[in-house]
Design a protein around this ligand. Structure first.
Ligand code: ZN
Length: 324
């Protein structure tokens, strides 16, 4: 009889559920997505979140006797050992014991880690860093989430606070970040930061095909407009992406000087435009590092929006194997 793992990726805006085979394939390539509810209290948010798994179970008519365990990716900060989400402003959760609740509801072993760490784990186990000892991962999307696999294992640090790459300051006098710091990388390099900068430039009267495409409406201006303008050779858009490469290169240089990883894997929506920022990023990276970083040490995620699901699969699978 085939055995399965239930897998979920809890995010600030949506939660994704999937069923994985014992050897690590999402069954039928099927995922179920529920939008997060943020306004009805923590219990309602939990019920909505777990419904991603309920839908998967119903879709495949899963017999729970065939489920070995549940692997979960959660939004940081969290307490990995206790399985608690410490604070998720998007979901209205404070110290929410999501692992205990899932264990009670489904009667199966459950384990959780943060989404950045699971991104790194997936890339090291089956992705762009497969088989290498030291793999760093960063997603560049709404924010800049990071993860580190060192000597083949997730590096958590003392309080599960390690690998917050997005909150590395690249400008000590820069703007205030909600984390308490100033000039954090994600205030410059994330998709959110890019949108903010584009809108400011448009309002300041700069000219670009991206602004024209959006009809000069800030609500319609997004990364897609910018990429299409860059494709058409628009000077503003090309310069904007060079600037993105500059910020990413500054951040990556710090991380290479700290870790000298085998590979660094970049994922997230912004990396779809890699051809417009890659060269400047490599230039900054090599100007600012003590070692020479060859092209093959920078990889772009192929797993991309499934990366956390794959990471959560390896997390629960290896957790159960260790227990035996
Ligand atoms: Zn910060």
């Amino acid at each position: 009889m085939s055995k399965y793992y239930l897998i979920m990726d809890i995010g600030g805006t949506k939660t994704t559920g999937a069923l994985f085979t014992e050897d690590g394939k999402p069954v039928d390539d099927y995922v179920y997505v529920v939008k997060s509810q943020t306004y009805k209290g923590e219990e309602a948010v939990y019920q909505n979140t777990r419904s991603a798994l309920d839908h998967v179970i119903e879709h495949f008519q899963v017999n729970m006797d065939d489920v070995l365990g549940i692997g979960v990716g959660g939004p940081g900060p969290l307490d990995v050992k206790r399985g608690v989400i410490i604070y998720s402003p998007m979901m209205g959760w404070r110290n929410f014991p999501v692992v205990d609740r899932l264990r009670q509801d489904f009667g199966k072993p459950v384990i959780m880690d943060n989404d950045g760490n699971l991104g790194a784990l997936a890339e090291q186990r089956c992705g762009e860093g497969k088989g290498l000892d030291n793999v760093l991962y960063m997603t560049v999307s709404t924010g800049c989430g990071g993860g580190a696999v060192l000597n083949g294992q997730i590096y958590h640090g003392r309080t599960d606070g390690a690998a917050e790459f997005g909150h590395m300051s690249i400008n000590p006098e820069g703007p205030q970040c909600p984390c308490g710091g100033r000039g954090c990388l994600e205030l410059y390099a994330s998709g959110t930061a890019m949108n903010r900068r584009m809108r400011a430039d448009m309002e300041a009267g700069k000219q670009s095909g991206a602004f024209a495409e959006a009809g000069y409406d800030p609500e319609k201006l997004d990364g897609g407009c910018l990429t299409r303008a860059a494709e058409a050779g628009d000077a503003y858009a090309l310069d904007f992406y060079r600037q993105e490469g500059y910020y990413l290169g500054c951040g990556l240089a710090n991380l290479f000087n700290l870790f000298d990883p085998d590979v660094f894997v970049l994922g997230g929506g912004v990396t779809k435009a890699k051809k417009f920022f890659h060269d400047e990023m490599m230039k900054q990276l090599n100007q600012r590092t003590v070692m020479h970083v060859t092209e093959d040490r920078i990889r772009y995620s192929v797993l991309n929006d499934r990366v956390v699901l794959y990471g959560a699969y390896y997390l629960i699978k290896e957790y159960l194997e260790k227990g035996k």
